[in-house]
Write a protein that binds this ligand. Structure first.
Ligand code: PLP
Length: 381
């Protein structure tokens, strides 16, 4: 592959070599099935899964490792939690609350429930993408069985006031769930204020296809996947042992390195933003008025043809704030919910830095962007 500068770490991260080292023996040497409790291969695999469970629990501040359930990723965890809570709820209480800026993994599950007669409230956000707490409070009823608010947004990086939301929701005795997929490893995350938390490994320098959900033991939640009864019956299927080992190590490292990564990457992100803002091109940094993930920048380029910009920065691997299907860009629902005009939302890039990002890469990226923008804005003028 040609050497593009990778600045799309919110989409996924490379596996940290230290994580890879820990995983390798579980493909070829310790390949037992953790459920095989009659021999040492199974015991070794089971011990590795339980060690990883402890590491994940520790990183999330969960005092009971048994409340951690391994899944195939955040999408599965979200489906399991929301559908699992829905399944055990009485017919009379079919109401859930979520926010307009959730990831599709949440919003599409909510749509699925709506099609089955559930009443879902989508709480609005302000211009920075922060949840409107008054609307959230007003949306809670005696029928509400779950409130789901993401910890940090994948597009803008905006961080929701989880403790305040928890106070409102749990104060009413309603279970509170958070999708912490983008928050873990980037900011301090703890299960203290929540009843259900979902995350995955591949955003934290672990492997793809593995994740975890924390479900507080008092929360009633039916399993999504039935079968051999693994994970205390909450998630059947043979464990992805190398993946789980990788997740454990990546979360152990995240706990150790989060603060220093955050400091370094927010400095670099700020330098990139200042360089672009300083060029006087009328760009707009989204969610800049709120607390954001340290390594995320959502930048709108009003009036610019995004396709042309992407063509002229082909050596930069960045995300867009929109989906491109059949040649047409659909503006991001997240940016639209923040009141950003559709045409501006469709002219937005998401730049996300990661542990391997160097100062040189950021300087090169900002220079490339400035040159491309200069050219494009001058042409447009
Ligand atoms: N939730 C958020 C906020 C995400 O950013 C993502 C992935 O982009 C997901 C959920 C889905 O995660 P996974 O790829 O592990 O299914």
């Amino acid at each position: 592959m040609s050497a593009a500068i990778y600045l799309d770490y919110n989409a996924t991260t490379p596996v940290d070599p230290r994580v890879m080292q820990k995983m390798l023996p579980y493909f070829t040497e310790h390949y037992g099935n953790p459920s095989s409790q009659a021999h040492m291969y199974g015991w070794a695999a089971n011990a590795a899964v339980e060690k990883a469970r402890l590491e994940v629990a520790q990183c999330l501040g969960a005092s009971r490792p048994s409340e951690i359930i391994f899944t195939s990723g955040a999408t599965e965890g979200i489906n399991s939690a929301i559908k699992g809570v829905a399944e055990v709820s009485s017919q009379k209480r079919r109401h859930m609350v979520t926010v307009r800026t959730e990831h599709h993994a949440v919003s599409h599950v909510c749509k699925y429930l709506e099609q089955r007669g559930w009443d879902i409230t989508y709480v609005p956000v302000n211009e920075d993408g922060l949840v409107d707490l008054d609307s959230l409070r007003d949306s809670l009823t005696d029928r509400t069985v779950l409130v789901c608010v993401m910890w940090a947004n994948n597009e803008t990086g905006v961080i929701q006031p989880i403790a305040e939301i928890a106070e409102l929701v749990r104060g009413r005795g309603i279970p509170f769930m958070t999708d912490a997929t983008q928050a873990v490893g980037k900011i301090p995350v703890s299960v203290e204020d929540v009843d259900i938390l979902v995350c995955c490994a591949h955003k934290v320098y672990g492997p793809k296809g593995v994740g975890a959900m924390f479900v507080r033991s008092r929360i009633r939640c039916a399993p999504l996947i039935d079968g051999g009864g693994q994970e205390q019956g909450m998630r059947s299927g043979t464990h992805n042992v190398p993946g789980i080992v990788g997740m454990g190590e990546s979360f152990r490292l995240a706990e150790l390195e989060q603060a220093q990564d955050a400091k370094r990457l927010s400095d670099l992100r700020d330098r990139l933003e200042h360089a672009l803002l300083g060029a006087g091109l009328g760009i707009q940094i989204n969610s800049a008025g709120a607390s954001r993930l340290p390594q995320t920048s959502s930048i709108s380029f009003p009036g610019l043809n995004l396709e042309r910009l992407l063509l002229s920065i082909r050596t930069l691997a960045v995300g867009t704030g929109s989906a491109c299907g059949s040649g047409k860009r659909t503006p991001s629902a997240v940016l639209s919910a923040m009141g950003i005009r559709n045409d501006v939302a469709a002219q937005t890039l998401r730049i996300s830095l990661g542990r391997p990002t160097t100062e040189g890469e950021v300087l090169e990226a900002s220079e490339l962007l400035r040159q491309a923008l200069d050219g494009l804005y001058n042409k447009a003028a």
